[in-house]
Design a protein around this ligand. Sequence first.
Ligand code: SAH
Length: 397
Amino acid sequence: MSDDKIKTIILKPNKEESILRQHPWVFSGAIARLPEGLEEGETVCVKAADGRVLGIGHYQIGSIAVRLLEFDTDTVPDDIYSRRLESALALRRSLGLSRPDNNCFRLVHGEGDFLPGLIVDIYGDTAVMQAHSPGMHFARRVIADALTLLPGAGIRNVYYKSETTLPYKAHLDPENEYLAGGYDGNVAVENGLSFNIDWLKGQKTGFFVDQRENRKLLESFAAGRNVLNMFCYTGGFSVYAMRGGAASVDSVDSSAKAAALTDANIELNFPGDPRHKTHAEDAFKFLNEMEKDRYDLIILDPPAFAKHRSALKNGLIGYRKLNAKAFEKIKSGGILFTFSCSQVVSKEQFRLAVFSAAAKSGRRVRILHQLTQPADHPIDISHPEGEYLKGLVLEVE
Ligand code: SAH
């Protein structure tokens, strides 16, 4: 990719500061001049107004105009993807995530792995890859090859799943497809528990690997409790609660498909166990209708209520209302695991929303744990936008 035809974007004066601090995004408002004929997804060099080379990255139309791959250089090494993937795998190995009783983890978390716009989750010998930028879309075959050649990773299948993640205005019309291998069984193991992963039809890459550590913590609270896993999707929290010795586990999701996935995963780990029941129902309907004091361990892990800054206010109201319902109904001495995966909602804002729900209920609530995303979803310290998952474990008197 060391190409002398690489075009150059020039910034307005004094707009280079965040880049000098290694923030990998160049906003469109900072750009003085776009080169002629620059196309979406093209690799482009970025220079300050005084001509200083700032870095090189992928161009796209929109408010984030360039996602930088390298700083202080105007060339991209040909082996950039294989080198970045190698160091991403080395990190996961050092975290102890790649082992016989745990073969699913996030291998690439975008900016957090210095590959802005790229997500790769590993399920055994399958890598599920999502491009969030046209540049990564164009590089998909090179990345897929690098994944299958990644030493020691044992990746045989690469499924590309970007139909819903690429900016649709780019008109790339990506197809979800295997770029290497093909279907080859889809059971993944997380902390010794088995999960059917449906990357073809499931949400995101098929599973929420980001809740692995939080599910494990939940397991340690489950013994003898009556558990409600609200927004269960594949039933991750439910399966851990069962292993933790819960007295009963009710899993709720408004999607019938998600409810079926949960049933299958319970069956896989605890066949015929009468402690578990799935309900394909709306969360608020279920919470409104359920008996008070029925549950003493409740999990609330809803989809992002605020996907964009414009939805922040309503999103916070949503978190407050949802948590207020749980505080109203949870048994005395109960434990609430409550989450927000909205990137635009800060830790403080989420905590405040939960606090106002607690205040409204009039119950005494203590924070036992403050949770976040696991280490295979690293946050580049120069790119705080990479932090998205927040959770609280609360004891309700
Ligand atoms: N806790 C899950 C991930 C939850 S994803 C895990 O650990 O894997 C969010 C889930 O909420 C999705 O499965 C979605 O179908 C469900 N959902 C969205 N709106 C809902 C609603 N109003 N009531 C119940 N479930 C809902």
